[in-house]
Ligand binder design. Structure first.
Ligand code: ZN
Length: 350
């Protein structure tokens, strides 16, 4: 009898442990301006069919509001602040609350999911097709009242509030960074190995690869995951890939590249304990308004309409891995922070 009771207790425990399985790692995959119309157009452009992107096949899907504390349409600063801190702020403000006045006065600084990870001894990484001090990546590690305050953002990158700051960083903006803080690389060299290119990260635990031109994501992403995986406590990685479609073909091609890299990542054998979370910080005013299925979308005059700006409707959230089942229905962008924290098994605290 006692043995059966014990067996029952063990069974119950193991079931609930499975149900509440925690994520060791979280990879936040952010298509900047990659709204649902852009995902749709990229699938048609790349595969001559709808719903062919990997992110459109992920097991858990939801829709996320992207409004800011004060506006219906978000920029990358307010959009990313909501996702990585769980608090809405105003456009232009990076990881400070809505008491901030852009360019004038500071709000309350907010702790980001990357900072929580640093504080707990996890490894952290950022990969971005954009300047690494641009709004989306900067919201992960800096708290400033104006996204254009490049020098301030770079100072905060060099003096992190928690842990030893971002461990692996791959991004653009080398010239602009040096224009804002001329000794940036010399000071960074005291804490990091500086890689010559994104494809030569070597075997370093802390490495910066800052370039001026574009680079290919796929190999860099896989190598970064290899390096971050060396930390037995786990890692947090944010990957931003630009999906603005001011130039339609270039924007859609970049989104296809991002999607292929996500597919490759999702198929790694070491992804079982990793939450993969794909979303956008805001949508973009692009629509497929014509075209025949037999024709090439971009060769059809007028088939795509772009009004060239951000738009306010909900964006896709797609997820797999531990914690992914929280992604369903209509969500707020601030919910994504709580979903990632919960997946790690962490409480929000000071
Ligand atoms: Zn954006």
């Amino acid at each position: 009898m006692k043995i059966f009771l014990l067996f029952g207790v063990l069974l119950t425990w193991s079931n609930s442990a499975w149900a509440e399985r925690r994520a060791k790692n979280v990879i936040l995959l952010l298509a900047d301006a990659g709204g649902i119309p852009t995902l749709h157009a990229a699938s048609v452009h790349g595969y001559k069919a709808t719903r062919k992107l990997f992110v459109q096949s992920m097991p858990y899907l939801g829709l996320s509001d992207t409004s800011t504390a004060s506006q219906w349409v978000s920029d990358s600063a307010a959009g990313m602040t909501a996702i990585v801190t769980g608090v809405k702020t105003h456009n232009g403000v990076l990881s400070q609350d809505a008491t901030a006045v852009r360019g004038k006065s500071d709000g309350v600084p907010l702790k980001t999911i990357l900072e929580y990870a640093e504080e707990r001894g996890l490894s952290t990484g950022i990969i971005t097709s954009q300047p690494f001090f641009d709004a989306t990546p900067a919201a992960c590690y800096a708290q400033v009242n104006d996204r254009r305050a490049t020098a301030k953002i770079l100072e905060q990158f060099l003096k992190p509030r928690f842990g030893d700051g971002v461990d692996i960083l791959v991004g653009a903006g080398r010239k602009q960074a040096l224009a804002a803080v001329p000794d940036f690389l010399d000071r960074a060299r005291q804490k990091y190995t500086l890689a010559d290119s994104p494809t030569s990260l070597g075997d370093q635990k802390r490495v910066l690869a800052i370039v001026d031109g574009p680079f290919e994501l796929s190999g860099v992403l896989q190598r970064t995951i290899d390096l971050l995986s060396k930390n037995r406590k786990g890692y947090f990685l944010m990957v931003e890939w630009d999906a603005h479609t001011d130039q339609i073909r270039a924007g859609l091609d970049r989104l296809l590249e991002f999607d292929r890299a996500i597919r490759q990542t999702a198929q790694r054998p070491d992804m079982k304990d990793t939450l993969l979370l794909f979303t956008a910080d805001h949508s973009f005013d692009l629509r497929v308004v014509g075209g025949l299925k037999k024709d090439d979308l971009l060769s059809t005059p007028g088939a795509i309409k772009v009004d060239g700006s951000h738009s306010g409707e909900e964006v896709l959230v797609a997820a797999q891995g531990p914690g992914a089942s929280q992604v369903r229905g209509y969500l707020d962008n601030t919910d994504l922070f709580r979903i990632m924290m919960k997946a790690f098994g962490w409480r929000v605290g000071p």
